[in-house]
Write a protein that binds this ligand. Structure first.
Ligand code: DC
Length: 270
């Protein structure tokens, strides 16, 4: 029998539209691993909350409700789509409005706490490639390999504008640029699980590398680490996350509101 709890994990974190989804999918395919798009979970939460008439301000005022909604998120991933209840929502989740809402809701510790176990459940043999903002810092701190993908703002904006237009949404480069700036600032400055590189993360710059070269680089790093996860210390990873009753998802008491110091990607290990 295979023990999923020791399945190797490779994390790819980075800002919006950096190309981490494409990179993570290709790497997962090359390794024959499972793939977690954690942003899709936050997006699904945003769509569900909106349908339940809950906006980010109301969620902030009533964190217990926001937490309960996240615990009961009727989300299922299938080989050919993402189901919210009995609806296929893969395309609806890609709307810029939903991405922005996801960014707002995801700043709430209670929402993050409630979605943590759901993300960790993706870990199974033969291994997992997970992409997001806090995969290497909070969700899978024991990952064998952590990649932090960066790309110049302009190139990310062009990429996102093209994606949105291809999916039938209206978008201009200027509006996407302004939006990415706002999203980056919010995702980086929130007090829980902010977007940041883990100290041991390898930095990859998607502005100068093609997707093929990026995949190749990650696979080389993967071969070099030999697919062994870092032994996990029980106390540290979940201390960012708190349920409404003050406990963290793993049951540890939140010691204080302390936050990991933010490491500029430029200082991440190459
Ligand atoms: O990767 P994405 O654009 O689909 O993510 C949408 C939002 O969800 C993002 O702006 C912040 C939030 N998110 C998060 O807080 N943590 C993650 N691991 C993934 C996404």
């Amino acid at each position: 029998m295979t023990d999923d709890s020791v399945a190797p994990v490779l994390t790819i974190d980075g800002p919006t539209a950096s190309g981490k989804g494409t990179l993570a999918r290709r790497v997962a395919q090359a390794l024959g691993f499972h793939y977690l798009d954690s942003g899709a979970i936050y997006r699904a939460y945003a769509l569900f909350a909106e349908e339940q008439q809950l906006n980010p301000e109301m969620a902030q005022a009533d964190p217990a409700l926001a937490h309960a909604l996240a615990l009961n998120l009727p989300l299922r991933f299938h080989a050919d789509g993402i189901m919210l209840g009995d609806r296929e929502v893969s395309e609806a989740l890609r709307a810029e409005r939903i991405g922005n809402l996801a960014s707002e809701f995801s700043a709430l510790p209670e929402v993050r706490a409630a979605l943590l176990a759901r993300q960790r459940a993706f870990r199974s043999a033969p291994g997992l490639v997970a992409d997001g903002r806090d995969m290497g810092t909070v969700v899978f701190p024991e990952a064998c390999l952590k990649v932090f993908l960066v790309a110049a703002l302009e190139s990310r904006a062009k990429r996102r504008t093209k994606q949105l237009i291809e999916k039938g949404f209206s978008a201009t480069l200027e509006s996407v640029l302004a939006n990415l700036r706002k999203r980056d600032a919010r995702d980086q400055s929130r007090s829980v699980a902010p977007l940041e590189a883990a100290p041991e993360a390898r930095l990859l710059d998607g502005t100068t590398l093609s997707i093929e070269d990026s995949v190749e680089q990650v696979l080389q790093w993967w071969a070099a680490v030999g697919g062994r996860n870092i032994p996990r210390s029980p106390a540290s990873p979940d201390q960012h996350l708190r349920a409404p009753d003050g406990t963290s998802p793993s049951g540890f008491q939140q010691p204080n509101g302390s936050r990991r110091s933010s490491l500029p990607p430029s200082q991440a290990r190459r």
